[in-house]
Design a protein around this ligand. Sequence first.
Ligand SMILES: C[S@@+](CC[C@H](N)C(=O)[O-])C[C@H]1O[C@@H](n2cnc3c(N)ncnc32)[C@H](O)[C@@H]1O
Length: 488
Amino acid sequence: MEVSVSQKQKQTDFELASVSEVSSSSSTLPPSPVVARFGFDSGASVLRFHSDSESNEAFHIDLRSAQLFRLSPVESICICGTSETNTEKSYSRGISIQFRKEEESRAFHSAFDQWKKELVLQESCLPNGILSASKSKFDDKIEASSAKMYFHYYGQLLHQQNMLQDYVRTGTYYAAVIENRADFAGRVVVDVGAGSGILSLFAAQAGAKHVYAVEASEMAEYARKLIAGNPSLGQRITVVKGKVEEVELPEKADILISEPMGTLLVNERMLETYVIARDRFLVPDGKMFPTIGRIHMAPFSDEYLFVEMANKALFWQQQNYYGVDLTPLYGSAFKGYFSQPVVDAFDPRVLVAPAISHVINFTSIKEEDLYEIDVPLKFKAAVGGRVHGLACWFDVLFNGSTVQRWLTTAPGAPTTHWYQLRCVLPQPLYVMQAKMWGPGAEQGGILQASSCKFDLKEPYYRMSQPQAYPVTQDQPTHHLVNTQPVNS
Ligand SMILES: C[S@@+](CC[C@H](N)C(=O)[O-])C[C@H]1O[C@@H](n2cnc3c(N)ncnc32)[C@H](O)[C@@H]1O
């Protein structure tokens, strides 16, 4: 493998508060403060640690096997392999890294990602300058088995039909495209994750010069069939079967169209694919449909939902289940149920404070910035009572030259197949408005804490329709129960 001179000379230094080994077996760690240096060593990207006072390296790790996880704003853990060749004896090594400031932690993480990327580039570069068939950006992030299941799912017509039958979704895309003909007429379009090819056909209807419909799953074959069956539009559409991260297209696009939204906008990580498509295929200042996305979050109060969740674990409180005491597992079952985000459509009146919004601009965000998203939350409850968790939904904007259109999944708006999402806390929080005494009184109330980790991959599909509330005059119309059919 060739390494260029510039790479050999390049290095990045970071001063750290301290480093320590998670297992105590090694004594090679330098005393604090510590300097961490990213650099090259015999063609490999390495991270060296040495003491501030001397430049002698205390130890180094190979970035090839290293992964970095953030534990807190100023603490991270780096997991890497040992150099032990006997696989039975080789254990992962954990290095706990303390930063002095949060900004330094961020800079270190971004340098780490950058150096890992350089490594991928290096490894795919053969001495003759030809790119090797090494893993793509997609393969790098997504496990093969998980990608197989994902594309198997989308390869089936029944799941595409589910999306096509979400008339709020598909109708809004149609309106956004047709009302903004000026953005499509005579333009080259790339449909990112084309599925059945429906958005490509809409773009062709709006007068696109040519549409490249990129689809990785077997659905690409069905898209070809559908497009061939609509010849007046189909002659301007080419289906490209493959991953957006890997396929090559013969020309740049003036506009990208895609439906990359998952639960809570980011689930499925297809936004990353959309952004990669932008960097690979879009002309500078080209358009993106959708253009921006927003995640909205607000605290809610829903006693009924909380009791429903808590009751699920009651099964494990049986002391005589065929002669077996199940109670040792009660705590774990309770925790398990509360780690499931609830997916359903709820009445917006369960919200107890205005929502906080996090904006993602698809035209400018870096792909890496989608790996980890922090949304600082601070709410002032409009009413006192028990808060049971955080309600979340999203919307996206089609920023057309003629018409701006929003596709929203907000509570109270016509229901989509995304519904809304609620993260229910295992311990409700009491929110009061009266003057308080005791700990936390200075801040205006009693300090309480309740926390939970939620797994977006294990949702609880509850699917209840919003209950019919009698409408009074002071209620805005968006609180009305929607009459749209639910698309399953
Ligand atoms: C949510 S569906 C949308 C399908 C279609 N555009 C629509 O609106 O009905 C996303 C599609 O993108 C495809 N997809 C996801 N990631 C992809 C990738 N990295 N490369 C190519 N296709 C991808 C999936 O197989 C799936 O068919």
